[in-house]
Design a protein around this ligand. Structure first.
Ligand code: PLP
Length: 425
């Protein structure tokens, strides 16, 4: 089976005249169509809001596109909060879903008026000590423990995860918050990651709706929103069937009408914090084949490496690969596609069947729009690439320039690196 890219060889040959490989490129049309579909899928819920998980793709131009579809920002660090503020996202348009949170981040989140989603019961006191009076609106992250299983056998392991309050702590936490004057309550949970099934949100929602009913009954807390967080996945593999966001929205609606409406809680707003689903398929890493090596295996060396996309090295993740201009050719060569790091896990693909690759070929690594550029690092002194936006009019625009050596050396205050490297710069 094949997976299509949103770029062609001709387009990339044009772009590289101005912006050399490697770079991440994003598909504006795809981002917009998907954001619109998400909006429509949950339009039945009056207060619905997607808080884009900034960590997935912290690129202002892209988040600004999502803003046009009503999205806010889900942040969990100081710089993510700062980035949101800088692009005009403040107040209840920010969900601060952090954990192990330093005091200054709570302070700043409160200053921006963000909704604070507590990860731990001890943070009630910590937050109060940090900012004084608690905000009127507070959310708590729930972790029921155990395993989370869906009917296709996919599971995740909340019982092992560091996040969230236990069931008991949710009840205790809501009571304490209420006693401290909190008026509006939210519940949040993130129990399974990259789920490629339409079932995840509906199953999660049912669990959260049921505990919401009990919490309201037993603590008297006024629950205003339920946050299904992230975890909606994308088909990285060519044989996976993609999620249907409309079906997911309908599935959630069904349990909403089953559980919340009869309990008189049919005015609760639903929030999501999707990252991967909003951006993943609409980004690609474009790189060029620069070496071939025939030893114990067949290797193709490219000009990108794991610092541009860490997922294969870190998780062994599959990312589909297209050799531009050879889309229709038979995949009868077996390659390892490697980067240049002094790390043997720096491979974008292992034993991958592909068309014959010639030096100079442009290679597209799919689905890098979320948790791609964002997980970049500087190992081996490698620099982060540029990010480009393929606009709806077909033009490519630079939305983040590539790092230069000057950026890499910028933090050695007091060591006069620049003057010693004047020629190089
Ligand atoms: C990572 C994260 C998300 C986004 O997850 P995706 O799998 O990209 O949808 C949302 N919320 C929180 C709190 C996260 O940590």
């Amino acid at each position: 089976m094949s997976k299509k890219t949103f770029v062609t060889k001709e387009l990339i040959e044009e772009i590289v005249k101005k912006y050399p490989t490697p770079f991440h490129i994003y598909d504006e049309k795809g981002i917009r169509e998907n954001a619109q579909a998400v909006k429509e899928a949950f339009a039945w819920n009056e207060g619905f809001k997607e808080y884009f998980a900034v960590k997935a793709t912290p690129t202002p131009y892209l988040i600004q596109i999502l803003r046009e579809y009503g999205c806010g920002c889900d942040c969990s660090s100081m710089t993510e909060l700062m980035l949101s503020k800088a692009i005009g996202v403040t107040g209840a348009d920010i969900m601060f879903s952090s954990n192990d949170t330093p005091a200054e981040e709570y302070e700043y989140a409160a200053k921006l008026g963000a909704i604070i989603n507590l990860d731990d019961i001890t943070h009630i006191e910590f937050l109060e000590e940090t900012i004084g009076k608690l905000p009127e609106t507070m959310s708590c992250r729930y972790n029921p423990g155990g395993v989370f299983v869906m009917s296709n056998g996919i599971m995740d392991n909340p019982g092992d995860s560091k996040y969230g309050f236990t069931t008991e702590q949710m009840f205790e936490g809501f009571r304490i918050l209420k006693a401290k004057g909190v008026k509006n309550f939210g519940i949040h949970a993130f129990l399974a990651s990259n789920t490629v099934t339409n079932e995840y949100y509906p199953i999660l929602a049912k669990q959260l709706f049921e505990i919401a009913v009990q919490l309201e009954k037993e603590t008297g807390a006024d629950i205003k929103f339920i946050n299904l967080s992230g975890g909606v996945g994308i088909p990285y593999q060519p044989d996976q069937e993609e999620n249907d966001i409309r079906e997911i929205g309908e599935g959630v609606r069904k349990v909403y009408e089953e559980v919340l409406v009869p309990a008189g809680m049919g005015d609760i707003a639903l929030y999501t914090e999707m990252g991967r689903f909003m951006m993943g398929p609409y980004g690609a890493l474009v790189t060029q084949a620069i070496h071939e090596k025939h030893t114990h295996k067949e290797f193709i060396g490219v000009d990108a490496c794991a610092v541009n996309l860490m997922r294969p090295a870190m998780y062994g993740s599959y990312h589909h690969i297209t050799v531009l201009g050879k889309e229709e050719e038979a995949c009868d060569y077996k390659y390892d596609i490697t980067g240049s790091l002094c790390e043997n896990n720096d491979k974008f693909a292992i034993d991958r069947m592909l068309p014959k690759i010639d030096m100079g070929d442009y290679i597209v690594i799919h689905d890098t729009g979320a948790h791609g550029y964002a997980m970049g690092y500087n190992y081996n002194g490698k620099l982060r690439s540029a990010e480009l936006l393929l606009k709806e009019d077909g033009n490519a625009e630079l939305i983040r320039r590539a790092e230069t050596p000057k950026d890499y050396f910028a933090t050695f205050d007091g060591l006069d690196i620049y003057s010693k490297l004047e020629e190089e710069f």
